[in-house]
Each structure stands twice: as C-alpha cells, then as structure tokens.
Design a protein around this ligand. Sequence first.
Ligand code: SF4
Ligand code: SF4
Length: 149
Amino acid sequence: MNKICRAVINFFQDFFLDLYNKLFSSKYVLKGKCKKCGACCRNILFSTAEGYIKDENVFKEMQKKHRYYRNFKISGIVQNKQDFQNGALTFECKFISKDNKCRIYCFRPLFCRDYPNINHDLIYNGVEMLDNCGFYFDVNKKFSEYLKK
Ligand code: SF4
Ligand code: SF4
C-alpha cells in the first residue's frame, strides 16, 4: 500500500472515530434550574493569558484600557478551591440590583445570555458551578451503564 492510500485510510478512520465519539459517547448535560440568587453576577472571574486576575493593580490597568471592565468591582477572593483558582479575585457586575435582577436584562451581553453553558474544556479542567447554584453538570450516560452491556 502506498503512502497516499495509507494517509487516506487514516484520515477516514480518524474522521469516523471522531464522529462516533461525538454521537455516541457520554456528554455533559446541564440539569437543575436557576434559583435567581444573583451569585453568578457577583462572583465573576476574569483571566488573561497568565491566568486568573489575582492582583487589583492588574485589574485597574485593564479598566484603563477597556471600558467594559469599568462595569465591575472587586467582590471578594477565591479560597479553598483548586490551586489554579485560589487567590483569584471575584468581581460583581454593577448592573445587578439588590433584589438580584439584571438592570439591563434586555441588553445583557451574550456571555450572560449563554450562562451557564457547557464548556467541556473548562469542566475537564475542574471548573464547577458556584456553591448553591440551582444548576449542576451531569453526564447523559454514566460509565456504569456501559459496563452493564
Ligand atoms: S448562581 Fe445559579 S442559581 Fe444563582 S442566579 Fe446564577 S445561575 Fe441562577
Ligand atoms: S449584565 Fe446582567 S446578567 Fe450580566 S453579569 Fe451583569 S447583572 Fe448579571
């Protein structure tokens, strides 16, 4: 078999294996419902290429460069989480009202409209929903179900 034939066969093997995995392997699904507690608008994490923002001065510089960041103020600091999150600053959006309503609901950014979306890379890297959030991630088919066959 020449090199071109082998490359074509490998390509189709990878393609169909990838397709099979996408269609039939376990996937994370979102369950539960929003309790309207507003915690996700008060515990936002921002990151740069260096990781999560942990330094107030770095955030002030970001606010000078991008107006968007002026909509947020520091609300706390992450503790007792995975190493990569520990010490990260949390931010509160200035549009959340005291009774947990978004004051720009009709114009809220896409990110807010999508939240909480399923980002497999983040889940595999240990990102979890906020404590007490009404949503949680689950898998549509558990490993034990595959073993039953
Ligand atoms: S933290 Fe969860 S339950 Fe609370 S408002 Fe956000 S999505 Fe809803
Ligand atoms: S824009 Fe509205 S939904 Fe988005 S973080 Fe701010 S208060 Fe929450």
